[in-house]
Design a protein around this ligand. Structure first.
Ligand SMILES: *[C@@H]1O[C@H](CO)[C@@H](O)[C@H](O)[C@H]1NC(C)=O
Ligand SMILES: *[C@@H]1O[C@H](CO)[C@@H](O)[C@H](O)[C@H]1NC(C)=O
Ligand SMILES: *[C@@H]1O[C@H](CO)[C@@H](O)[C@H](O)[C@H]1NC(C)=O
Ligand SMILES: [Zn+2]
Length: 571
């Protein structure tokens, strides 16, 4: 996944990955910090009336779903459990890590900028390591380096929508000065018998190998799909997505049309993770939106010995104080996948591990109780960035000379939009806040619709960069979500033996290539079938790794998903 859709602020922000991971890990401790030890908050008698597990509809779990074709499943399982296979797939990942397929912020177009040529090596590597797959799929290219592999099913796509699995070939660059900080060189693909080290091990070459491997295994088992299976590999997920992800999605949209895909799988943010003493498979069913807001304040200059009371730096400062003093509202709505997650925790986590005050409010909010919603907002304050649009002033510029009155001052603010809001609502919030300040200083105000066009010298203008609406929330009552859940239950294990793995919706604070795929299906699931919090907390930084034991089982998961999705064709 990418740390942000726009890399312009790269130097001033840390990876949202880390922030996201930290938020996730801090979830329980945050609640405990707010509430005190939840154990102390209620006695045993109070517990009974909150036995949520049986309340109809709250986080209902589906049973394990095993593929009907037991011969094929058996073949795949046996293969995935054999030591020979482990060696093979680990070698393949290690070899792929050795190709430094970095994507850079300022890359020119494919075909012009030579730095893209490393992706020819990626394609060669895929072709030479997966000859069986390549013989059985149709390979299409979108803008040269976007790869689309189509394994045609026997039933036409109009009767059985294809299943689409995404991965990206590119990795975040390793800065030369940081190489020395790596335990093993970032592009060595070192395997120490337990862990595979290197840039891209989890983000996202492990995923790429796993999905193509699942096809390889299924083809070798003799399986013939009814439902078409498509794999698509982008080349620029870590930057804009404009060079591969968008062309790939356009290609597929031309071929299958609106809503023409059954489900999309892509990398997730949490995977299997323990919260509230409970193992969860966290399937991100939405992503927060994105916007960088620019504010430019300009005026006429002059000599510092004859200054106005407020120059552009002063006015911009006043604007920033107002912005920080008017944060976006916190809202805990049932639309937010994190609400669904809290419900799942309330229903399935051990009662002593989940704060009763939250449990109680959840059901009231679900039944439309506004004051309970307000209270819940207070209680969950430490998790507020899941429930509100975040804003972070990332850059500020102004003034060139100490004895000259500055003529311009500007700032860039990074926003992650809450699922309930929209780019236009957020823009309106800023316009309403800043317009009166411009007016007070007798300056022209230009909002987002007419960014900085006028020749007027004394003005405040606003503009948006890289706007992305929050992702539509994928429904959890869709057949495809039940198929995915049943597959998770069947293949993946809880983190402790005596635990049960609960499938829960979740929200991603970062963005993935799926931002280009909304028209293709409502059913977009971002999920990696490993304990990602552990594996991925090193993504985008030094010592990225993946645990071999978890990695080698990923193909079984994806193969089972393909089989289970095939079983419902025509039913
Ligand atoms: C409540 O859930 C438990 C455990 O899941 C189950 O054994 C029991 O039958 C359920 N009770 C009702 C009334 O549904
Ligand atoms: C805003 O100000 C910055 C910094 O001075 C400048 O680079 C940019 O072009 C300005 N943007 C607009 C839209 O005028
Ligand atoms: C911030 O807002 C509050 C309430 O809206 C107001 O009382 C306070 O004066 C504001 N502070 C600044 C520095 O504008
Ligand atoms: Zn990624």
């Amino acid at each position: 996944m990418n740390k942000q859709t726009n890399q312009r602020l790269d130097k001033v922000t840390t990876s949202s990955w880390l922030i996201h991971g930290a938020l996730a890990i801090g979830l329980l401790s945050a609640l405990v910090a707010t509430l005190g030890n939840p154990l102390k908050l209620f006695g045993p008698s109070e517990l009974d009336k909150y036995s949520w597990g049986n309340e109809s509809g709250v986080c209902q779990q589906v049973p394990k779903l095993s593929p009907k074709n037991t011969n094929v499943e058996q073949f795949v399982r046996e293969k995935v459990e054999s030591p020979d296979y482990h060696r093979e797939i680990i070698n393949k990942l290690s070899g792929m890590i050795q190709i430094p397929s970095e994507s850079y912020d300022e890359l020119g177009p494919i075909g012009e900028d030579k730095r893209w040529d490393i992706f020819y090596q990626m394609e060669d590597y895929i072709q030479s390591n997966y000859p069986t797959v390549l013989e059985n799929v149709k390979l299409d290219h979108a803008n040269t380096h976007g790869l689309i592999l189509t394994w045609e099913g026997s039933v036409p796509a109009s009767d059985a929508k294809p299943i689409l699995m995404l991965a990206h070939q590119d990795v975040v660059p390793v800065l030369a000065e940081n190489v020395k900080d790596w335990t093993h060189p970032p592009y060595e693909g070192h395997y120490d018998g337990e862990i595979i080290w290197g840039r891209g091990a989890t983000d996202d070459k492990g995923y790429l190998i796993s999905i193509i491997e699942s096809l390889d295994l299924l083809i070798k088992s003799g399986f013939k799909p009814k439902r078409t299976v498509i794999l698509a590999f982008g080349c620029d997920e870590e930057i804009s997505g404009e060079n591969c992800a968008r062309p790939i999605s356009n290609f597929l949209h031309d071929r299958y049309g609106d809503d023409g895909i059954y489900l999309i799988m892509d990398e997730g943010s949490m995977g299997i993770h323990k919260e509230f003493d409970q193992s969860f498979a966290m399937v991100s069913v939405a992503e927060k939106g994105y916007l960088d807001v620019g504010i430019n304040v300009t005026s006429t200059g002059g000599h510092a010995s004859n200054p106005p009371d407020h120059n552009v730096i002063g006015v911009l400062s006043e604007i920033l104080v107002a912005i920080e003093n008017h944060t976006f509202p916190r809202q805990v709505t049932t639309e937010n996948p994190i609400f669904g997650f809290l419900e799942c925790a309330a229903a399935h986590a051990p009662e002593s591990s989940f704060p009763i005050s939250v449990r109680d409010k959840l059901s009231k909010v679900a039944h439309g109780d506004g004051s309970a919603q307000q209270k819940l907002v207070e209680i969950l304050d430490n998790m507020r960035y899941y429930f509100r649009t975040s804003q972070s002033v990332g850059k500020i510029n102004g003034g060139v000379k100490i004895n000259a009155i500055p003529e311009s001052a500007s700032t860039l603010i990074n926003l992650r939009l809450a699922v309930e809001t929209s780019v236009s609502q957020v823009e309106e919030h800023y316009e309403n806040l800043i317009r009166p300040i411009a007016k007070k200083h007798g300056m022209v105000f230009e909002g987002f619709k007419s960014p900085c066009h006028s020749l007027e010298k004394r003005k405040v203008c606003l503009f948006g960069v890289d706007a992305l609406e929050p992702a539509p929330v994928s429904p959890v009552d869709a057949e495809s979500f039940r198929i995915l859940s049943g597959t998770i239950k069947n293949v993946l294990k809880p983190l402790d033996q005596d635990d049960e793995l609960i499938v829960t919706p979740y929200l991603m604070a970062a963005n993935t290539d799926t931002k280009f795929y909304w028209a293709l299906t409502k059913n977009i699931y971002r999920f990696t079938p490993v304990n990602l919090v552990e594996n991925l907390n090193r993504a985008h930084t030094t010592d990225e790794f993946i645990r071999a034991e978890e990695f080698v089982r990923e193909p079984l998961f994806f193969a089972s998903l393909i089989l289970n999705a095939d079983d419902v064709v025509g039913s």
